[in-house]
Write a protein that binds this ligand. Structure first.
Ligand code: F6P
Length: 320
């Protein structure tokens, strides 16, 4: 294989640049030319393709976002779009492609592979919601960003004797909420994977204030409900709390990647190119027990299940 493409797709995630850099530089070391496909599947279909050299990826390792830009492009679910994509790749002499993204991006990657085009996936999403991997690229940075934000809101909550409900991202997964909530000593962590008891949350908050705490922090995964709705439900049962909601929003997706995400991105990117040069397709690089492994897209979608670390959610209940 002499020429491959690399693209980022879906929501950007810190560490994507590290993966792009590794694809280019590991590619060059294997004698493979790398081409950038910008703006995800939209750019692919529209032929936004240009050569990337080692110099082009200098100085991006420590930068958040993605230098290749990204887009959500549901049109790629249609066969017509997929075939146009394959046509564009072939027109540029590209023989294999690395797709860095989340669940939706992998569906697109799987379809390219099913059309006979060699494709390898790299799990890049802050949500950590891809089956078969312990961590996705960007998750660690996002958790650290959220923890910093939670430490800050706790300061102000404590100054006013308030309860703050902080809504964090994660789509349908509670991983960001679990890890950031445990790391900041949240009085409650509300996630989609576990039913919650509003009376228990209220009791825990009240007990906390009675024991001398001057604030309460509830970390709420966006997949459960909006923060304003949880505030409303709490007030419906008990209107005595001085309570506010905070929605952290896209601040969670930006910023310099942590060392962990830089290492993960570098390892994923390099391995993805190696797999293409070994003639592999339809696979995703993942990490299990600190080892880089591969899984088929088919297994990721049909046979494996993403499990958030519910024992950490359980543990938090003993620590408040
Ligand atoms: O998948 C990453 C993510 O940030 C989710 O956590 C969130 O639900 C979604 O993307 C937001 O998407 P957008 O940036 O398109 O609004």
């Amino acid at each position: 294989m002499k020429r491959i493409g690399v693209m980022t797709s879906g929501g950007d995630a810190p560490g994507m640049n590290a993966a792009v850099r590794a694809v280019v530089r590991r590619g060059e070391s294997l004698g493979v030319e790398v081409y950038a496909i910008t703006n995800g599947y939209k750019g692919l279909v529209e032929g936004e393709i240009h050569r990337l050299t080692s110099n082009d990826v200098g100085g991006i390792l420590n930068r958040g976002g993605t230098m290749l830009f990204s887009a959500r492009y549901p049109e790629f679910k249609e066969k017509e779009g997929q075939l146009k994509g394959v046509e564009q790749l072939k027109k540029h002499g590209i023989e294999g492609v690395v797709v860095i993204g989340g669940d939706g991006s992998f569906r697109g990657a799987q379809s390219l592979s099913n059309h006979g085009f060699p494709t390898i996936g790299v799990p890049g999403t802050i949500d950590n919601d891809i089956a078969g991997t312990d961590y996705t690229l960007g998750f660690d940075t996002t958790v650290n960003t959220v923890v910093e934000a939670l430490d800050r809101v706790r300061d102000t909550a404590g100054s006013h004797g308030r309860v703050l409900v902080v809504e964090v991202m994660g789509r349908d997964a509670g991983d960001i909420a679990i890890w950031s909530g445990l790391s900041s000593g949240a009085e409650a962590i509300v996630i989609p994977e576990k039913p919650f008891d509003i009376n228990q949350i209220i009791k825990d908050l009240k007990d906390g204030f009675a024991e001398g705490k001057n604030q309460g922090l509830i970390v709420l995964a966006e997949g459960v409900m909006p923060a304003a709705e949880l505030v409303r439900q709490i007030q419906e049962v008990d209107h005595t709390f001085n309570i506010r909601e905070v929605v952290l929003g896209h601040i969670q997706r930006g910023g310099q990647p942590t060392a962990r995400d830089r290492v993960l991105g570098s390892s994923f990117g390099a391995r993805a190119v190696e797999l293409l040069t070994e003639g592999k397709t339809g696979l995703c690089v993942e990490v299990v027990d600190e080892e880089i492994v591969t899984n088929k897209f088919d297994d990721i979608f049909n046979n494996l299940k993403h499990e958030p670390k519910l024992h950490l959610h359980e543990l938090n209940k003993f620590l408040i």
